[in-house]
Design a binder for this molecule. Structure first.
Ligand SMILES: Cc1ncc(COP(=O)(O)O)c(C=O)c1O
Length: 390
């Protein structure tokens, strides 16, 4: 049977994640993978999970397997509200922060509406925006943003929100300063758009002081997305949205058609993990591990990368971003690297306009620390050869 003509028009706007295509091609454990954003499996608190499974069953019984409230179970909403200092009415639990991005876009964007973002930005967000036929435009908060915004408005476009990952960005690893956050809030106020602040890495800080969330600067204008993926385990598929109750109410109704409620057992697990202090104890270990892995990768890049290559120094999160001299094509180079057993993600995939061909994202959480040196040595050697050809 032919199915092509049966799909909705929206399907034409879906695009496959190049990152997930990489995962299909190779066994990540068999190569030197700096590609995916996978947390290190040793950060999954297996003993806690084993103990919590019984505790949740004893404490909540069949409730943990029944349908529940679309907003999320009160115990988890309460625990999140206390941790982040917001009223419980301002907390919506989501089935992952990816769903948070998707549901925010669904309730805010009509086809053709503009979503502003940074360049580069998170690929999974671009997938959501495109699927709702948003007109995604890159506007740098630091480079004459008013002129860029006014040019968009002069086209007769409606700007719905600015999507931003202010803490240890995926893919760049960079963190916005407080000043930059304030500039963004001022722009949102001046041009009357909302801000979707996506911050799944916020708690993974390895140095420096936390910068105030954009949500705390503009709580009525910001939807703040959080995730349990990097501080508990991604397999639970749990996240949260903080926002004005009127915005959350619309998201709540929308979520009824998506999944009725987030997974009940998982929510009780997360609620207990948080409220018993286990999350904080585990976070200390994760931060220590990732700080060491980040430092190791930074020192290896310093040791092996040829001249002309530069990279970001993330204060937290899971990624850093490499920039090679102009003319380097990290999409074409990918097969050369993979043939030699090294995977990364080409930076252009994260760019709204396909630019950034000379960039690449490297993840430092997944690959075993003792395997990093060989991986970086191979990659650096290949980049050196490629640069000689330019
Ligand atoms: C910036 C950003 N937002 C959202 C997500 C999705 O996370 P979750 O596992 O909560 O869906 C990721 C995952 O890597 C991410 O990097």
């Amino acid at each position: 049977m032919e199915y092509k003509d049966r799909f909705s028009e929206d399907v034409g706007n879906f695009f496959r994640s190049p990152v997930r295509e990489i995962f299909k091609r190779v066994d990540l454990n068999a190569i030197f993978s700096f590609a995916g954003g996978y947390p290190h499996a040793s950060t999954f608190p297996m003993e806690d999970i084993r103990a919590l499974s019984s505790e949740v069953i004893d404490k909540y019984g069949a409730k943990a397997f029944q349908y529940g409230a679309t907003q999320g179970v009160p115990e988890l909403r309460q625990a999140v509200s206390e941790r982040y200092g917001v009223a419980i009415e301002r907390v919506q639990i989501t089935t992952s922060s990816q769903q948070g991005i998707d549901v925010c876009t669904r309730v805010l964007v009509d086809p053709g509406d503009v979503v502003l973002t940074s360049n580069p930005t998170y690929l999974g967000a671009l997938q959501s925006f495109k699927s709702y036929r948003a007109d995604v435009r890159a506007v740098k908060v630091t480079e004459a943003p008013e002129a860029a915004i006014e040019a968009i408005l002069a086209e007769g476009k409606k700007i719905k929100f600015y999507y931003i990952i202010p803490d240890f960005q995926n893919p760049s690893g960079e963190t916005m300063s407080l000043e930059e956050r304030k500039v963004l809030v001022a722009l949102a106020e001046k041009y009357d758009f909302l801000i979707v602040e996506d911050s799944p890495y916020r708690e993974l800080r390895y140095e420096g002081e936390p910068v105030q969330t954009i949500y705390s600067l503009a709580p009525e204008r910001t939807l703040h997305l959080g995730s349990f993926s990097k501080i508990f385990a991604p397999g639970f598929r749990l996240g949260w949205i903080l926002g004005n109750p009127a915005l959350l109410d619309c998201i709540y109704v929308c979520k009824q058609s998506l999944d009725l409620c987030p997974p009940m057992f998982d929510q009780y697990m997360a609620a207990e993990f948080l409220s018993t202090g286990r999350l904080d104890a585990n976070l200390v270990k994760s931060i220590e591990l990732y700080r060491g892995k980040r430092d190791h990768l930074l020192s290896l890049l310093e040791k092996y990368m040829p001249e002309g290559v530069s990279w970001t120094h993330p204060e937290g999160g899971l990624f850093l971003f490499l920039t090679m001299p102009e003319g380097f094509d990290s999409v074409k180079f990918y097969d050369t690297a993979l043939d030699a057993g090294v995977a990364y993600v080409a930076g252009s995939f994260f760019h709204v306009d396909g630019s950034g061909l000379n960039t690449m994202r490297m993840n430092f959480s997944f690959l075993a620390t003792e395997r990093m040196e060989e991986g970086v040595q191979i990659l650096s050697g290949l980049i050196r050869k490629e640069l000689e050809k330019l």
